[in-house]
Design a protein around this ligand. Sequence first.
Ligand SMILES: Nc1ncnc2c1ncn2[C@@H]1O[C@H](COP(=O)(O)OP(=O)(O)OP(=O)(O)O)[C@@H](O)[C@H]1O
Ligand SMILES: [Mg+2]
Length: 615
Amino acid sequence: MPVGENFKEAQHQGAIDALRSIGSYRLMSEPKPKLSISSHRWILGYLMKEKAIFLPSLAALFFTAMLSLAFPWFLKELVGNPTDALKTGVDPQVVLAKSNRVVLELVAVLALQAFVAFFRVQGFIRSGESALNRLRRDLFAHLVRLPMPFYQEQRSGALSNRISADLGVVRETLLTTVPQAVRQTVILVGGLIFIFVASWKLSLIMLGSVPFVVLAIAFFGRKVRGFSKAAQDSLAEAGTVIEETVQGIADVKSFTNEPFEATRYDRALESFLGVTMRGAKSRAAFLAFIIFALFGTIAFVTWYGAQMLANGQINGTNFVSFILFSIFVGASLGSFPEIISQFQQTSGATERLRELLDTAPERTDGDAQAKLGGALAFANLSFCYPSRPDVQVLSDLSFEVAPGQRVALVGPSGAGKSTVFSLILGFNDPESGDVLFDGRSASTLALQALRSQIAIVPQEVLLFGGSIRENIEYGKPGATFEEIEAAARQANAHEFITELPEGFETLVGPRGTKLSGGQRQRIAIARAILADPRILLLDEATSALDSESERLVNEALERLMQGRTSLVIAHRLSTVRHADSILVFSHGKIVESGTHEQLIANHGTYRFLVETQLV
Ligand SMILES: Nc1ncnc2c1ncn2[C@@H]1O[C@H](COP(=O)(O)OP(=O)(O)OP(=O)(O)O)[C@@H](O)[C@H]1O
Ligand SMILES: [Mg+2]
């Protein structure tokens, strides 16, 4: 590999790193610090699409929650009126018979509860997971329709980690918190009825403490929520480190940067722990307060009840009933802070997901039936990436390509060559000026129509994790095996494919890593041949192939370019020599153009590039 190639490679990597480092969470705005009703209604909407299962499960939950109040009820029956027993003395035989009966009834109720719960739990999981799948599907379908600038601004790892963290929160809510909230509400309301019946006076005293608890929930809840969002963000950040490391594992190893990545991960985890612990403090303080306030109140009320009992203001049965049901009411009240904090987290998560779903997708307007003739032109086009508005990547660029012509783009790294391809594919829109197909502005054509008639063979071919056949078929979904085979033959790939033990069914490994660079490229070429595009965009590989695979690839490319308009970002002199026209790029402008011979005679940039082996 010439020195120039190495240098370019390093620069390329530098550009990738720079891009990664500027990636930020621009998408995610801060959620409003409150429990948003609308976001819960939105989630409920997803649940209600499964109402055939969700509603019966909900009814079953109501039923079992009410049955759980039977427990204190039977206990009360069992204990009876202790003061009566003290006063009159009760026949042990009668007590025994009664307790046998009560326990049998209790067991029957428990069995019924268990039976219903068995189906209810399954119902909740089925409706919750189905609702989630629907949400996941909607998200994914929307995500792939988002415009390219959206992705150019994101670190892909951050985005997917963020989404899976948010979906995790929603899942927890649907599967655990919603049933929990329903059950506790039923127990709370039912228990309150029982204690009011037992003694309204004692009940009011007990409920006097509730406003304090509510205030505390509001106060601590807000704090905890802020921290939990920050914690989720920093956990997502840590996930990004893993993802980037695994994706670039070859780079990590070759630069022996394992310790560096480990430290980077460690730092992310440390920061996660830091944020979590700051949140944990508020949470712990809150819990301590609740325990003290709750059980303090119960102790006080019991003491007060004992006074009433002594004064004859309440009878023994009611007193026992009050205490037993109070414990249930207290426990259920105590579970609400957790439930509310979970709902608050869900607000944050769903707001971010909704924001994602509300992000405008790519345009779908324009002529969908347009047939490309193959003529292509840039007219006074200027462009800068939205994420870096101050850097003019292309300025006032104009050139024309006639149908069937072969044009080479050359120039130093970062000159804007790949950006030209992005604009042709409609990944990005020009800031001013226009891309013209057969003289028509690209904005009048449907993206779908455009892209289906343009194929790109990228610099670094990344295949999908399936089989070779599937990867070629990607160029034309639904193609017959004969077509796929023919394409492979034309791409000089047939021979190496059939030599593999599993032939076309060979799995290519994650991102195609089980194939060599030259093999991957020929698969990409076969894919492009199958797609049969009118316009072909070729980003020639910078990494040198051995001479035999280079010959095979070049031959395949020659066939592919036959009869199509081809734009080639060229790194090899052999490609450039045969081009009808060469455009020399520098800093987003065309500084020279013409044939190889003309440009060599020019003694300009092109000649310099050729002499320093940069082409
Ligand atoms: N998504 C992006 N966001 C912001 N800036 C970008 C983005 N992609 C590329 N750039 C910048 O635009 C300029 C042109 O990049 P481009 O990829 O078009 O160069 P190139 O000529 O293809 O280089 P190479 O030969 O290394 O592939 C560079 O300065 C680069 O840093
Ligand atoms: Mg490039």
